[in-house]
Design a protein. Structure first.
Length: 166
């Protein structure tokens, strides 16, 4: 199966700014009131979920989201996720299905942590899921640029270059 086969099978669309392909699969019917979410500036659904596919050309560029995200590996080739927190600490993990190689089938990204995901060298595609709670809204997405992030985290300049869309 190719990336195009998966895109067609799950009716995925290009994901603006971040890169990759996606489709919303779930949005909770209930919501959390804005008064309980002072950092988000409005009501949010309890949670939301998407299918998310990346290819060598369409990877997840560095970005931050104001809600917690849980990524799940479903199919394809393993990916490396990088996370940079506000203190500049770098965390990396490989999402995949080979537990003997220490792949993780799931990883949590805390709110406001910079993150990006790319296929490991030689990979063709990976299908992931991402569950967000409180639910995702585009106004909670912050796209990272090379100039901005390399000034904030100069110790990670080369990694930032690799994980940003230039």
């Amino acid at each position: 199966m190719t990336a195009q086969d998966v895109i067609k099978k799950f009716n995925l669309s290009p994901l603006p700014e971040e890169g990759g392909y996606f489709r919303v699969t779930y949005r909770a019917s209930g919501s959390i009131p804005a008064s309980a979410l002072p950092d988000l500036g409005g009501d949010r659904q309890y949670s939301s979920c998407i299918y998310y596919l990346i290819t060598p050309e369409q990877f997840s560029g560095l970005h931050a989201v104001k809600s917690a995200e849980i990524f799940h590996f479903y199919a394809g080739d393993p990916v490396q996720m990088v996370q940079i927190n506000a203190n500049g600490e770098l965390h990396t993990c490989v999402l995949g299905s080979d537990l003997e190689k220490d792949h993780s089938p799931q990883v949590v990204v805390q709110p406001n942590v910079w993150q990006g995901t790319k296929l490991l060298s030689g990979g063709a595609w990976a299908l992931l899921g991402c569950t967000v709670s409180p639910g995702f809204e585009y106004e909670d997405f912050i796209n990272g640029t090379f100039d901005e992030l390399s000034k904030t985290f100069p110790q990670h300049k080369e990694l930032i270059r690799e994980y940003t869309h230039m």
